[in-house]
Design a protein around this ligand. Sequence first.
Ligand SMILES: Nc1ncnc2c1ncn2[C@@H]1O[C@H](COP(=O)(O)OP(=O)(O)OP(=O)(O)O)[C@@H](O)[C@H]1O
Ligand SMILES: [Mg+2]
Length: 360
Amino acid sequence: MSQHLTAIYDTRVSEGLLRADPAQREVLHRFESLRETLEARPKSGLLARFFQEKPQSGQHSRGFYVWGGVGRGKSMIMDLFFAHTAINGKRRVHFHAFMQEIQSALHEARKTGTDDALKPVAEAISKDLRLLCFDEMQITDITDAMIVGRLFEALFKAGVSIVTTSNRPPKDLYKDGLNRQLFVPFITLLEQELEVIEMQSPTDYRQDRLSGETTYFTPITAATRQSLDKIWHDLTHGQEEPLDLEIKGRHVVIPHYWAGMARADFWELCGKPLGAGDYLALTGAVKLLMLENVPRLGIDNFNEAKRFVTLIDALYEAGIRVILSADDVPEHLYAEGTGSFEFERTASRLREMQSADWGQ
Ligand SMILES: Nc1ncnc2c1ncn2[C@@H]1O[C@H](COP(=O)(O)OP(=O)(O)OP(=O)(O)O)[C@@H](O)[C@H]1O
Ligand SMILES: [Mg+2]
């Protein structure tokens, strides 16, 4: 008999890795029944098919929709559930990345001249899949909004359990979006099939973990590199994956990403021909960016400086938390050259973004 999820949580608390939070524990408590159902269900063969296609309604939900403010521990709790659900056919994926995958698969399927590309794509995705955990469900794109309904219907029909985290309740998804009336049935479907839970924790743990921490490191030394490694490890618990952002058919890959947090080198983001659209896509997908090795900029790297200004503006507008290492203090990063006057605003924004109460 495996250990109850709340017992695993309690152990982490007693080891000092987590702070006890009744709201988080309650969510795990509710996840436990889904875990037990999944683990008890036969894994393959005809019997499994029978069970999967005829879930006994009312006995258990097809999953959970956990929503709440930033840093409340939704992703962390979902990861704990995911890691400790011992079944084959489970998958955890960033919602945005998943939708990109679906859109490319649809694109491929349409090339074969099929009338209804979504059906084969949904079938292929559902094959051998029993649990799908989505981090950060948000719908901003009309092409996504128009297909999620049928996609999720197919997933539920195939017996896939879904767990998702979001900053909004289902009724506020795709709020004010174009053709929203066509999207509303998806909200109804989510509310019917998933248990909607508000994570009511009072604490923004991300803020908490960073409060009192330096978030602007200068100059860059072996010690500051170590500090950044430590902060990153502390925030992600050593987990990471690449984040592939697709912007109008182009791919921008952020090599280090976990649960809404990205880590990149200055040259990865400002040394390549990226533009405002790319930075907006980034700020749409993350809540925290660790940007390393910002050099002192000058006339020789005017383009890099310009991109840095655009990046900081995008981060600032979106209220993203930034941890940064740089060769100098903000005011001296771009002291002369064309646009140095405009850089004063960037410097001032960088200062403001270091304040303890900065962020969404
Ligand atoms: N009870 C806790 N004690 C200590 N740290 C915690 C606790 N809960 C979460 N954290 C940490 O706080 C940070 C934020 O948690 P997490 O990413 O799970 O929040 P979230 O609710 O998913 O936020 P968002 O809505 O921004 O995605 C993570 O580094 C996580 O490990
Ligand atoms: Mg999260």
